[in-house]
Design a binder for this molecule. Structure first.
Ligand SMILES: *Cc1c(COP(=O)(O)O)cnc(C)c1O
Length: 488
C-alpha cells in the first residue's frame, strides 16, 4: 500500500513516510493509492474486541509496518486509559438509533480514539525511516484535538508539541484542560483569531520551505497531529466497523444489511473515516453530514458550491465552528476520479476567491452523503428531548447530529442508525445545563459540573476531576502574525 498526494499524483510514499510528514510538500493531503477491502465475515466470526478491529483495519493500510509493530501501537494506545472495557459504548435509544460513544478516552472527546495511537504510529515510523531529527508537532485546535494531542505526545521521547487554539473560542473545560497540561515537551498558545486562522497559520508554516530548512539545520522536523495527517484518519475507520459488528453480534442485524451513519462534522475528518469504511465494503447506506450554524458543508452538499465567504459564528458546539473543512480535499480527489489537476484547480479557487463549484460529475459522486444543519436552539432542544425521553444526556456536538437526523429522517431509508457521539456532556456542561436545567444557568462552571452529575446519573470523568485544582502552566497569547515567531 502506498500513498500519494491530492495535489501531486507523481508522489508515492509509504504509510510511515506519510504519517511522519503529515502534509505533502506542495500542500496536498496524503491518500491511499488503492482502497483495501474488509474481510467482514472473518471479523464477524472473531470475538468482538476493539483492539482486534483496530488492528485488522490498520494492517490493510499500513502494510509497511510489521505485525509486531502494529500490535505494539494498538495495544499501547487502547489500554486502561479508556474508562470502559471495550474503549467505546453503543447506547441504544428508541427507533433503532444508537449513540456510538467515542468519548471514553483521556480527554473525553472522540479525538482520543486516533490521538491515543498517533504518537505510537509516528515514533514507530521515525524508527523505520531512520529519522535523526526531533519531531515537532504543530496543531491547530478548535478545542478537542489540542488536548488529545497534548496528552498523546506528552513526554514522548524524540517529540515536542505546540498547540494553537482560538482565544475565547473554546469551552471553559476545554481551555482548562489545555492550559493545565503538564510535560516537558508541551506548549499551548492562544491566538487572537478563530480556528480557521489557526489552521491556516499552521498550514502556512508547513508550506514555508525556508523555515523548514532552518529547523532542519537545528535538528527538528515538523509534523501534524491534525486530521490532515493520514495517521489520524485511519484509526477512526475502526469504530465504524466496530459499531457494525456490534449490531450484527448483539442486535440481530443480518450480515450484509446496511445502516445509516450520522456524524457531527467540522473538519470533515470523522465522516471521511466513515466514508473510507464504506468504500472498504462496510454496509453503510447514507453518510449524514451534520453541521451547526456554520453550515458551509450543508450548502456544499445541497448546491455543489463550497463558499466560505460568509459570517462565522461561535456556537455552543465550538469544535465544529469551522469554515474550511480540510479533509474535504480528500473526498474531492476521489470525486474527481483521482485527478490532482482538478484538486489543484479547486484549491486555487478556494484560496483566491474563497469558493469553488463542482461539475456535474463530481456532484453526482456525492450521493453517498446527505447533509443538514441545526442551529443552537435546535441543538439544545435535541439535548432536552433525548434527556426527557431516554433519561440520557448527550453533549452539544452529538446533539447537532441527533437534531439533523430528525430533520432528515424522511429522506432516509428505514435502517438502524449509528450517531457518532463525539464528546462527553461534561465537556460542554454550560450549554447542556441550559438545555436540561436552565434554573442552574447562574451557577459557576464548576457548580454546573456537580449538578450534571446528579442530573445525568453518570459520575464525573477523571479528566474533569483533574482540572478543578490543577495549576495553569500555559499563558501565552499571540497575534496570528506571530505564530511563526512563537515556534522559533
Ligand atoms: C473535532 C470534533 C468534531 C468534528 O470532527 P471533524 O473530524 O473535525 O469533522 C465534532 N465533535 C467534537 C466533540 C469534536 O471534538
Amino acid at each position: 500500500m502506498f500513498y500519494t498526494s491530492t495535489r501531486n499524483k507523481n508522489l508515492k510514499v509509504t504509510g510511515a513516510e506519510a504519517i511522519l510528514k503529515g502534509l505533502s510538500d506542495e500542500g496536498g493531503l496524503f491518500v491511499p493509492t488503492t482502497m483495501p477491502t474488509l474481510d467482514l465475515s472473518s471479523l464477524i466470526d472473531a470475538p468482538l474486541s476493539y483492539r482486534n478491529v483496530a488492528y485488522e483495519v490498520l494492517k490493510l493500510f499500513l502494510t509497511d509496518y510489521t505485525e509486531e509493530e502494529l500490535r505494539y501501537c494498538v495495544d499501547n494506545a487502547y489500554d486502561e486509559k479508556f474508562d470502559v472495557p471495550d474503549k467505546v459504548v453503543m447506547k441504544e435509544t428508541k427507533g433503532d438509533v444508537y449513540f456510538l460513544e467515542l468519548f471514553h478516552g483521556k480527554t473525553i472527546a472522540f479525538k482520543d480514539m486516533a490521538l491515543s495511537i498517533l504518537p505510537y504510529l509516528m515514533t514507530t515510523a521515525a524508527k523505520k525511516c531512520d529519522l535523526k531529527e526531533k519531531i515537532v508537532i504543530l496543531t491547530a485546535t478548535s478545542g478537542d484535538t489540542g488536548k488529545a494531542a497534548l496528552e498523546g505526545f506528552l513526554d514522548v521521547p524524540g517529540t515536542g508539541i505546540t498547540v494553537f487554539y482560538p482565544y475565547g473560542g473554546v469551552s471553559k473545560v476545554q481551555e482548562l484542560q489545555m492550559v493545565t497540561t503538564k510535560g516537558s515537551n508541551t506548549k499551548v498558545v492562544a491566538i487572537k483569531g478563530n480556528f480557521d486562522d489557526a489552521q491556516t497559520g499552521v498550514k502556512n508554516i508547513f508550506n514555508d520551505s525556508a523555515l523548514k530548512q532552518e529547523m532542519k539545520e537545528k535538528g527538528f522536523v515538523f509534523s501534524s497531529a491534525n486530521s490532515i495527517n493520514i495517521g489520524r484518519l485511519l484509526p477512526q475507520i475502526a469504530y465504524y466497523v466496530y459499531s457494525y459488528l456490534y449490531l450484527v453480534k448483539n442486535k440481530g442485524l443480518k450480515a450484509g444489511e446496511s445502516i445509516n451513519v450520522v456524524v457531527p462534522t467540522g473538519n470533515f475528518g470523522n465522516i471521511l473515516a466513515a466514508y473510507f469504511a464504506k468504500r472498504m465494503g462496510l454496509p453503510v447506506d447514507k453518510l449524514v453530514c451534520a453541521s451547526n450554524k456554520n453550515r458551509v458543508l450543508t450548502d456544499f452538499f445541497e448546491e455543489g458550491i463550497y463558499n466560505r465567504n460568509r459570517d462565522f459564528y461561535l456556537t455552543n458546539s465550538p469544535s465544529m465552528d469551522i469554515l474550511i473543512s480540510s479533509n474535504l480535499e480528500r473526498l474531492l480527489y476521489f470525486a474527481a476520479g483521482e485527478s490532482d489537476e482538478k484538486v489543484n484547480e479547486l484549491m486555487k479557487s478556494l484560496k483566491e476567491t474563497g469558493k469553488y463549484e463542482l461539475d456535474e460529475k463530481m456532484q453526482n459522486f456525492m450521493s453517498d452523503f446527505i447533509a443538514g444543519s441545526a442551529d443552537e436552539e435546535e441543538t439544545l432542544a435535541a439535548i432536552k428531548n433525548v434527556y426527557e425521553t431516554e433519561d440520557y444526556v448527550i453533549d452539544t456536538h452529538t446533539a447537532v447530529g441527533r437534531a439533523v437526523l430528525s430533520k432528515l429522517e424522511g429522506r432516509l431509508e428505514k435502517k438502524p442508525v449509528v450517531i457518532a457521539s463525539t464528546a462527553s456532556p461534561y465537556k460542554f456542561a454550560g450549554a447542556v445545563i441550559k438545555a436540561i436545567a436552565p434554573e442552574y444557568n447562574e451557577l459557576t462552571d464548576f457548580e454546573k459540573l456537580d449538578k450534571l452529575e446528579i442530573l445525568s446519573k453518570v459520575e464525573k470523568p477523571l479528566a474533569v476531576k483533574e482540572i478543578i485544582n490543577a495549576e495553569i502552566r500555559h499563558k501565552t497569547v499571540c497575534e496570528i502574525s506571530e505564530m511563526k515567531d512563537v515556534i522559533l
